[in-house]
Design a protein around this ligand. Structure first.
Ligand code: F0G
Length: 462
């Protein structure tokens, strides 16, 4: 059937609906003004298509909802915990499994133990919460994505890989005791959602063994990464997605996961380790801050739904639809002449706003201008991943811009149909009419940390 199939049909049908609010441009103009031109500060009911994040925004299946009813809420030794532990052990090959309320809780526990002043962490790219949890301990986090990962246009299969030469060099230059861990983020969220190859992961394992350092896998999008490995790495074309994920996760010494992505649940996280002594340290911190070892920060029903979700996410029809539907949006945007990070990654499409709005100087945040326009024109919520998020100031208060001015359109799992995405594509026709715009935005309020969440802006007039 699939060979003849032309339309990329969703491999599910709808059993329950959540109404969306249709608003006018005039209404949205007011809503945005009230929100200080920051889409994080909008009410969700004023948003029509919400592409802010793919985290915790997915739809659960009928089987997961049935699991919710079967959740065992016992404080200790719950049946739902046993179910989750069984599934995660089989997937990771790691003996010690700890549940947490979300990904960053797992990060905080692990990096509190591995981090500290003078410690160095090396990654293909640390996600913001990963970096924040590491830096909070006084340690340093270095990103060394491969050279092609910095090129937004070059068409290569694994642009999320780590630069192996740089890794080797850093491990030669820095004493073993100073290395917190090497962290592989799959897929590489902060680098365009690009995948990491099995070959690269195996090489990292070899290098870590040679230097006696730990390898951690941040695998919140491990199923999506497995899709790319199967279809882009010859040696894996005959393996199932689950086999690929198992092989990859087995390479690590520890695994952290925000289950809000490929766990197909709205809340949850995991921390698994191979080493018993490390697991005991983690367990102690878990009990202090998250909860007892058989529930972490989760309800029994959450764990039941996650155990089921971790099975469903490897379904071949689901993964095909997932990756192809993200590509559907990205490829059509590109065909319209919208500059997108290429090739399209697993969970999101990234637009190069500096290129699209090339008359807006970076000091006026072209990415924020696009985020605002998408909301005004179509009620679409996206997120700026550029100088609003990562910009710093020099001693004279002048902006040090980020490396890129991107806007991310993240696709929630199993939530929107093709017609929603076609609508997003239509809105981009209006965006193209604004291409020559010259005025951007100024920041009128910003907090000292993570300013993108709460900053206020005002439109600049020319
Ligand atoms: N690691 C990666 C690679 C992530 O993408 C995220 C979250 C986390 C860790 C933290 O997990 O949110 O459960 O605490 N990413 C979300 C996003 C927020 O929008 O990309 P969390």
């Amino acid at each position: 059937m699939s060979e003849k199939m032309r339309t990329l049909t969703e491999p599910f049908k709808i059993k329950m609906v959540e109404p969306l609010t249709v608003t006018t441009e005039a209404y949205r103009t007011e809503a945005l003004k009230k929100a200080g031109y920051n889409t994080f500060l909008l009410r969700s009911q004023d948003v029509f298509i919400d592409l802010l994040t793919d985290s915790g925004t997915g739809a659960m299946s009928d089987k997961q909802w049935s699991g919710i009813m079967m959740g065992d809420e016992s404080y200790a030794g719950a049946r739902s915990w046993e179910h989750l532990e069984r599934v995660v052990k089989a997937l990771t090959g790691m003996e010690y499994v700890l549940p947490t309320h979300q990904g960053r809780a797992a990060e905080r526990i692990l990096y509190t133990i591995l981090g500290g002043p003078d410690k160095l962490f090396i990654s293909n790219t640390h996600f913001d919460t990963t970096r924040a949890n590491i830096e909070y301990t006084g340690a340093t986090a270095i990103d060394i994505v491969c050279a092609e990962g910095k090129d937004n246009e070059i068409d290569l299969p694994f642009k999320g890989n780590i630069d192996l030469e740089k890794l080797e060099k850093l491990l030669v230059e820095n004493a073993r005791e100073t290395i917190g861990a090497v962290i592989m983020t799959v897929t590489n969220n902060s680098s365009g959602g690009q995948p990491v190859s099995m070959e690269n992961m195996k090489a990292v394992r070899r290098i870590c063994d040679k230097h006696g350092v730990m390898m951690v896998i941040d695998g919140c999008r491990i199923a999506e990464n497995s899709y790319f490995v199967k279809h882009r790495e010859q040696a894996y074309s005959d393996k199932t997605y689950e086999e690929i994920a198992r092989e990859m996760l087995n390479l690590g010494d520890a695994f952290v996961m925000s289950a809000k992505k490929d766990g197909l649940v709205n809340m949850g996280g995991l921390l698994t380790v191979k080493d018993e002594a490390l697991s005991i340290k983690c367990r102690n911190l878990l009990i202090i801050s998250e909860g007892f070892t058989t529930y972490g920060g989760l309800s029994g029903r959450d764990m039941e739904a996650l155990a089921i979700g971790l099975g469903e996410v490897f379904d071949k029809d689901y993964l095909h639809y997932r990756i192809k539907s993200t590509a559907y949006l990205g490829e059509r945007l590109r065909a319209k002449g919208i500059p997108v990070v290429w090739p399209i990654g697993g969970h999101a499409v990234y637009i190069d706003a500096k290129k699209l709005y090339n008359n807006i100087p970076v000091e006026e945040y072209p990415g924020q201008a696009l985020v605002v326009d998408l909301y005004l024109k179509g009620g679409i919520r996206s997120v700026e991943v550029g100088s609003v998020m990562f910009g710093k100031y020099d001693e004279d208060g002048k902006l040090i811009p980020a490396a890129n001015e991107l806007v991310r359109l993240a696709i929630p799992r199993r939530v929107y149909t093709q017609s929603h995405i076609d609508y997003v594509l239509d809105v981009f026709d209006d965006i193209l009419e604004l291409k020559e715009r010259k005025n951007g935005y100024a920041i009128t309020y910003e907090p000292p940390f993570l300013r993108h969440f709460t900053a206020h802006f005002e439109p600049l007039k020319k």
